[in-house]
Design a protein around this ligand. Structure first.
Ligand code: PLP
Length: 388
């Protein structure tokens, strides 16, 4: 099998598993316990927080461990917007881009539905990018928060986060970015990016599912979403997932030093793959930005097919990929992201995403490109095969 669905999830790295193991076995203590086992767990948690802060260029106290990217996004969007409105009732709007992951989009819709906020959706261009002008056009004195993702999970487009964050912060509006897909590929230095909050997920980086982190800048007000024993300085209650925090920190630490080299190498392989697919499959087109895109994502539409049937045919040939976003489980609606890029609904149903981790090879991608050519060709000739 050639696994080209790393944007959905990645296997746990051996080094990560080994780093976690002590906190799942011998040193299994609760970090709040006042005995030696508790102390060992508390020390591991503090170490993980320091290492995560180092990877983000922030202070350890600015890192909140969560149960994944979805929770980090929820805490950022709801937590910051609700806290700001509690301090000033006029702050009753949030601005998000048109291509956010549902974890951000649905958090904003919850604020609208339950708390009476207005949601301003910032349009994107045909490559999925938000311009400063488009963001400036929706910002108002009542805007409590802006959330624009760092890199898109479906088409791989990278946003000009530093410029957008500078614009929002210049107006005194906190800026959150979902960096779940960017981690491992793009710089995560939160001061350089100028963001007030940034979300991460462990399982896209070689840590297990169900662990993540949220950076929140020093004095940013944050309303907790999970109440209880006051862990994570009262910002996220619940006995800490010590092994998960260690996993998150270890995965970030492993990705950091090789990030530039891995990004350059994989981007070159991606470009060859894109060129091979586009020359081999008449009518195919790339979705997302041609240059400002994640090294790890190549996404296409194959008019005259259905994305699902291409996926099935490719799996038969030993290539695993995704027909859109695995995060919107079970949905056969056309992707809202592709619609936001102006792609026709019928054509959006023909989307297929290939996403790689740093171990991908030129030979695998050559084989995958040949499989795509055969799969699309046979579907166009014979019609879609039915799932078995
Ligand atoms: N944000 C983006 C951009 C994602 O791609 C994903 C996962 O697919 C998430 C958030 C959610 O992260 P998690 O699966 O850890 O909840």
């Amino acid at each position: 099998m050639i696994f080209l669905d790393a944007a959905a999830t990645t296997p746990v790295r051996r080094e990560v598993l080994e780093a976690m193991w002590p906190y799942l076995s011998g040193d299994f203590g609760n970090p709040s316990s006042h005995h030696s086992l508790g102390d060992a767990a508390a020390a591991a948690l503090a170490g993980a927080r320091e290492a995560t802060a180092k990877a983000l260029g922030c202070r350890p106290g600015e890192v909140i461990f969560t149960a994944g990217g979805t929770e980090a996004d929820n805490l950022a969007v709801k937590g910051i917007a609700l806290a700001r409105r509690a301090a000033d009732p006029r702050l009753d709007r949030v601005a998000i881009s048109a291509v956010e992951h549902p974890a951000v989009e649905e958090s904003a819709r919850y604020l609208e539905r339950v708390h009476g906020f207005a949601v301003d959706v910032v349009p994107v261009d045909r490559y999925g990018q938000v311009s400063e002008e488009a963001l400036a056009a929706v910002l108002r004195p009542e805007t409590a928060l802006v959330s624009v993702m760092y890199a898109n999970n479906e088409v791989g487009t990278v946003q000009p986060v530093a410029r957008l964050a500078a614009l929002a912060r210049g107006l005194g509006i906190p800026f959150h970015t979902d960096a779940v897909q960017a981690a491992g590929w793009l710089p995560l230095d939160v001061r350089g990016l100028g963001v007030d909050a940034l979300s991460l997920s462990g399982h896209k980086l070689g840590a297990p599912k169900g662990c993540g982190a949220l950076y929140v800048r020093g004095r940013t007000r944050l309303e907790p979403l999970i109440h209880g024993g006051g862990q994570e300085r009262g910002r996220r209650s619940g006995t800490e997932n010590v092994a998960g925090a260690v996993a998150m920190a270890t995965a970030l630490g492993l990705a950091g030093p090789s990030q530039r080299e891995a990004s350059a190498r994989v981007a070159a392989l991606r470009d060859d793959f894109i060129a091979e697919v586009l020359t081999g499959v008449p009518g195919a087109f790339l979705t997302g930005h041609p240059a400002d895109r994640l090294p790890s994502v190549a996404s296409f539409c194959f008019p005259g097919t259905s994305g699902e049937s291409v996926l099935l045919e490719l799996e038969r040939q030993g290539v695993i990929c995704s027909s859109g976003s695995a995060c919107a489980a079970g949905s056969d609606e056309p992707s809202p992201v592709l619609l936001a890029l102006g792609i026709d609904a019928e054509v959006a149903q023909t989307a297929v995403r290939f996403s790689f981790d740093a171990s991908v090879t030129a030979a695998e991608l050559r084989e995958a490109a040949a499989a795509v050519r055969t799969a699309v060709g046979s579907i166009r000739t014979l019609g879609p095969t039915s799932p078995q």
